[in-house]
Design a protein around this ligand. Structure first.
Ligand code: NAG
Ligand code: NAG
Length: 112
């Protein structure tokens, strides 16, 4: 199990990579009317409700009105490390890039 400080360092690196992807997607565009696209990372606090857990993610997304949209990418039992090593983080960044290219303003939440 990784130490708390290495998990925090990884979380900081993830926040930096999300900020970088988000900044790259927004810095040259002054159109502030883009609809938002939310990408939710996390563990059972975020995940889709199931017999094993589940959290706020889909409840939050249910309040979005089209064309705003979002994806709940949370997993029960996920850790910062498993989220990165299992490819979920790369998938999230790929979604951020694609949403920005499609004219959305991406937002990333991380709840663990
Ligand atoms: C701003 O972006 C939205 C969503 O992509 C688009 O519908 C709107 O026409 C754009 N406005 C301008 C002034 O480019
Ligand atoms: C976005 O995430 C979904 C759900 O994991 C995945 O199926 C899809 O391939 C991803 N899209 C992109 C553009 O990465």
């Amino acid at each position: 199990m990784p130490s708390r400080s290495s998990a925090i360092a990884l979380l900081a690196a993830m926040a930096a990579s999300a900020a970088s992807a988000l900044a790259a997607s927004t810095n040259t565009n002054t159109n502030t009317t883009k609809p938002p696209a939310f990408f939710l990372a996390g563990d059972s606090m975020t995940a889709i409700q199931s017999t094993d857990g589940g959290g706020y993610g889909n409840g939050f997304l249910s309040f979005l009105r089209a064309p705003a949209w979002g994806l709940n990418l949370g997993h029960d039992g996920a850790t910062t490390v498993s989220f990165v090593q299992g490819g979920d983080w790369a998938n999230l960044l790929s979604n951020v890039t694609a949403a920005a290219a499609d004219g959305y303003q991406p937002f990333v939440t991380i709840m663990v």
